[in-house]
Design a protein around this ligand. Structure first.
Ligand code: ZN
Length: 253
């Protein structure tokens, strides 16, 4: 089985469409680690497109909860809060219902687990090795996919206890199809893997991020896909979304 692993789409339609084009023919099921909406200009269209993907499994993120009103946006900064209120005002009724019914992580699928933040807290940011190591030590399954940080890569720990981080410095553009890194899963090593953010990367690369996991080959391929960024930015400006949210997309921060 080949899984398209998506996270943090954040209502970025052009970014999402570009990922789907790059992944075409390469996956049998789509999994989404949350934050389908929030920040971006196309919450309804992104939910519609996600629902059209074959065998999709989706868990909720913190922005999904805030945008459908089951959590408050009080903890968000001013810009995120403004985007949340705007999203609430445009979401169609059936999409609010869809977001409300999204299950929280962790969600176990054959051979791996999905979480938004972490296994112990769906809203936890696992940003660095000190945060990741205790989680990897307790992790029951070999492979856990997480999102929330908007950084493509992740962490792993081998049987000797040695740990490693995979991040922007390990990615390279040698692959013409947009593949920036392949990781082969090794026995007795545990992996905490972030496919990166589709709609609002923060790892210094503006391009949309995703991953494909092939459980027969025991391989994870990380990808980056260019998309029509000016089009997304124009829509955000037209919607009156905060300027800093528009600008950050072009620097990937
Ligand atoms: Zn997010």
């Amino acid at each position: 089985m080949r899984y398209l692993v998506l996270s943090d789409l954040h209502a970025g339609l052009e970014a999402f469409e570009s990922c789907l084009r790059a992944a075409e023919g390469k996956f049998d099921a789509a999994v989404c680690l949350g934050d389908v909406v929030g920040y971006g200009p196309d919450p309804n269209a992104v939910i519609d497109l996600l629902l059209r993907q074959k065998n999709s499994v989706v868990i909720r993120g913190n922005h999904d909860k805030a945008c459908c009103g089951i959590a408050s946006a009080d903890d968000f900064n001013l810009w995120a809060k403004a985007a949340t209120y705007w999203t609430r005002s445009v979401l169609r009724e059936e999409h609010i219902a869809f977001l409300r019914e999204l299950p929280p992580g962790p969600k176990v699928l054959p051979g791996f687990e999905m979480v938004h933040g972490s296994e112990r807290d769906e809203d936890e940011y696992v940003m660095n090795a000190p945060a990741a190591m205790p989680i990897l030590q307790e992790q029951q399954l070999q492979l856990v996919f997480f999102g929330h940080t908007h950084y493509q890569g992740g962490f792993f720990r081998d049987r000797t206890g040695a740990s490693r981080r995979i991040g922007a410095g390990d990615m390279n553009d040698a692959g013409r199809d947009g593949r920036v890194l392949s990781v082969h899963l090794e026995d007795e090593t545990r992996y905490l893997i972030n496919p990166g953010s589709v709609g609002q990367p923060r790892d210094g690369d503006w391009r949309a991020a995703f991953a494909i996991y092939d459980d027969a080959d025991r391989r994870i391929d990380f990808y980056r896909a260019s998309y029509d960024l000016p089009k997304t930015q124009e829509k955000m400006a037209y919607a009156g979304l905060p300027e800093p949210l528009i600008r950050r997309l072009e620097i990937g921060k």
